[in-house]
Design a protein around this ligand. Structure first.
Ligand code: SAM
Length: 348
């Protein structure tokens, strides 16, 4: 049984266990559902390196969150591998211990473009595992979906390198947009069956950045699973989703598992134990928050106790359940319910 020396809970009784740290707001891809070219052009005011939290500030933040009960860190962005010397940060994080004295589970989400060259140094620094985003195996379609014609083969090289160095389990995130890449569901399943990689299909969400989102483009996780099951029999994994985001199904013939992330059709706010800190030091308690709480004033050396009481107070006051409130997959034609912060800043 887990015993935590912190009893921190929000108003809905949710503990704080996961922290997503966005280390940079820039990305070298322009996925239309996240950072569309027309909104993120050459003149977009991304943060300069001096505006981003330093590694020292990020480490101080992580240490404080760990003292409040966090056991899992996810490094994200923007594209986290664009952040210079990232393994140096990971080394510091990997030296931290949970309240039970165990190493932290440290994961990273990347578009894979720089992974082949970096996998070994990330592993050596102490990264536990990695998630790579890939929306299509077809080069033309993938190029459109990453917005910069980045070749699929190079992302696959990154995935292979991550597997080779033991960044296990490697997961692949695929956002499915109805009528755009639903044709890729079966080819992706076929490709990653029996490979040790866990594919995870994500419902297209109306997060900040997805300025072209409309409900009619959402293919529900149940519909995606039905498509897979017509060709590949699946059985529920048995394990409950717990605090994870994906519902896991296993290939009936033992060829591995697939995750389905149903943030739109089956929101999992009640299980959400996750906080996010953006590259500018703002704390977001939900991906759908409209504003964050600035933690920068408490990120100086020697301010850890103040930082901890600030975060504790914010978490204790947390009552959000935005995904649940906006209902199940809405009637087609609906666009954004409200203005949300851009995902590339706050981290996916
Ligand atoms: N650059 C990294 C990457 O590509 O994985 C990390 C940041 S990215 C914002 C994190 C994840 O969010 C990616 O897997 C991406 O596909 C997902 N994502 C972005 N916009 C989304 C949307 N509108 N709906 C669902 N998932 C989205």
């Amino acid at each position: 049984m887990t015993t935590h020396t912190t009893d921190l809970r929000d108003t809905r009784g949710r503990p704080l266990r996961d922290l997503r740290l966005s280390v940079i707001d820039q990305c070298n891809f322009r996925c239309p559902y996240c950072m569309p070219k027309e909104s993120y052009g050459p003149d977009f005011p991304f943060m300069s390196s001096s505006e981003r939290l330093s590694f020292e500030q990020l480490a101080r933040l992580a240490r404080t969150f760990v003292e409040l009960g966090v056991e899992k860190l996810r490094i994200t962005g923007g594209e986290p591998l664009l952040r210079k010397d990232l393994p140096r940060l990971i080394e510091t994080l990997a030296a931290m211990r949970t309240l039970e004295g165990r190493p932290l589970d440290i994961a990273l989400t990347t578009n894979g473009s720089l992974l082949a060259a970096r996998a070994q140094s990330l592993k050596d620094a102490g990264l536990s595992r990695i998630t790579v985003s890939l929306d299509s195996l077809d080069d033309k379609l993938a190029g459109r979906m990453n917005g910069v014609d980045f070749p699929v083969a190079r992302v696959l090289e990154g995935i292979a390198a991550a597997q080779r160095v033991g960044l296990a389990p490697v997961k692949v995130n695929t956002v499915i947009e109805r009528g755009v890449n639903d044709s890729q569901i079966l080819p992706l399943v076929h490709h990653f069956r029996d490979s040790g990689v866990q594919l995870r299909f994500i419902e297209y969400m109306d997060v900040g950045g997805a300025s072209r989102w409309s409900a009619s483009q959402v293919l529900s996780a149940d519909a995606m699973r039905a498509i897979v099951q017509q060709h590949y029999p699946l059985a529920p994994d048995g394990a409950t989703r717990g605090h994870g985001t994906a519902e896991i199904w296993r290939h009936a013939d033992g060829a591995g598992s697939i995750g389905f992330i149903s943030s739109m059709s089956h929101p999992f706010c009640g299980d959400c134990v996750r906080a996010r800190v953006a590259a500018d030091g703002k704390l977001y308690l939900c991906l759908f928050s409209q504003q964050g709480a600035d933690l920068r004033p408490w990120l100086g050396e020697g301010q850890e106790a103040q930082l901890a009481s600030r975060v504790r107070a914010l978490w204790e006051a947390r009552s959000d359940r935005y995904s649940e409130l906006r209902g199940t997959v809405p009637a087609s034609g609906r666009t954004h319910a409200h203005k949300v912060v851009r995902m590339s800043l706050v981290g996916g």
